[in-house]
Ligand binder design. Structure first.
Ligand code: PLP
Length: 343
């Protein structure tokens, strides 16, 4: 089962453990939610017509190329259910988003876990001519590393009979999107979310973009399971968010600046950090174990993420917050390292 990152009631914690945005949604989004609340006696539009129309304009595709979902997790779940089964494994990297394993298990789909290289980078050749459904987070979590669009194209092109799902949850923080390939390949599915760059994790809004036929296979599931998967307030919030794109672009720039600052500072303190294109850092130190760093930061009221799992138990994942939060993080880590060496 999935073990979610801690969500403490107390706000004295700086929460850098679940890759949320530190920025609240803009006023326009909050107003849209409030305005829509008066219509809660009516069912919501199961086709999400207006939101899909707006998304299609925004991304330069047709509304038929889009399915909107309750978080992108739901899009992932639909895809695992639609394209994998006991005889059809799903392939994904050994170190990646934990839901890929969970969705395989719950559907009894054999999971073909392909090891990343020693430095956590992905060799695209491992996925070429695989003849299995393929799921790759790009950039990957928790490593933060991205593969190029050219490499993704090789994977998509060499597996024409299978769906290749590229999970672009973190794409707005600097990596290049595979979106232009949608028009060329019928087997490519891209998933996106409003949870990270658009400050709406609690609204639960994601979407998938792909060829029309592929989207209708996902819709068959949606309409059999939960046609009203996106509530009215979230629908309005999503539309309002698309109208306020400058706000989010600006926030992404701030997060990227804070990420580069924190990464540089931690490297000065002797940390290794992967070359993250996301809103989190994946870091390792020879001076302190990752588990101890996680515990000591918690004592200092900063929450980060640590997994006691093979290959990554020496690493911590730290969400990038505001520049102020990153400055506090760096100060606290300095303090913790000093304490460690005094012992
Ligand atoms: C956060 C995340 C998601 C999805 O989050 P939702 O809130 O369900 O949209 C999907 N993939 C990865 C890799 C993520 O980190």
């Amino acid at each position: 089962m999935y073990v979610p990152g801690e969500a403490p009631e107390s706000s004295d914690f700086i929460k850098l453990n679940t890759n949320e945005s530190p920025f609240e949604p803009p006023e326009s989004v909050r107003k849209a939610v409030y305005g829509e609340s008066e219509n809660l006696n009516f069912y919501n539009d199961p086709d999400c017509t207006e939101l899909r129309r707006r998304l299609s304009e925004f991304y330069g595709v047709k509304p038929e190329n889009i399915i909107t979902t309750n978080g992108s997790d739901e899009a992932l779940y639909f895809a695992f259910t639609a394209f994998g089964d006991e005889k059809h494994p799903v392939a994904f990297p050994d170190i990646s988003y934990s839901y890929y394993s969970l969705y395989s298990d719950v559907n009894r789909i054999p999971a073909h876990k392909i090891p990343l290289k020693e430095d956590f980078s992905l060799d695209y050749r491992d996925y070429c001519n695989l003849n299995e459904t393929i799921v790759i987070a790009n950039p990957n979590a928790p490593t933060g590393l991205a593969v190029s669009v050219e490499e993704i194209e090789q994977i998509v092109k060499s597996n024409p009979e299978n769906v290749v799902l590229i999970d672009e949850a973190y794409i707005d923080f600097g990596a290049k999107s595979a979106l232009p390939l949608i028009k060329k390949y019928k087997n490519l599915l891209i998933t996106r979310t409003f949870s990270k760059s658009r400050s709406m994790a609690g609204a639960r809004l994601g979407f998938g973009i792909a060829d029309e036929e592929l989207i209708s296979e996902l819709n068959r599931l949606k309409y059999s399971v939960n046609p009203y998967n996106i509530n009215r307030m979230t629908l309005s919030a999503g539309i309002a968010a698309l109208n306020d794109n400058k706000y989010f672009e600006n926030n992404c720039r701030k997060i990227i600046a804070a990420r580069e600052y924190a990464s540089d500072e931690l490297k000065i303190l002797g940390f290794k950090a992967t070359d993250s294109c996301t809103n989190f850092l994946f870091v390792h130190s020879d001076k302190i174990s990752a588990k101890r760093l996680f515990e000591e930061l918690r004592r200092e009221k900063i929450l980060v993420r640590y997994w006691d799992l093979p290959r990554i138990s020496d690493w911590c994942r730290i969400t990038v917050g505001t520049m102020e939060q990153m400055k506090i993080l760096v100060e606290k880590i300095k303090l913790i390292l000093e304490r460690e060496t005094l012992k």
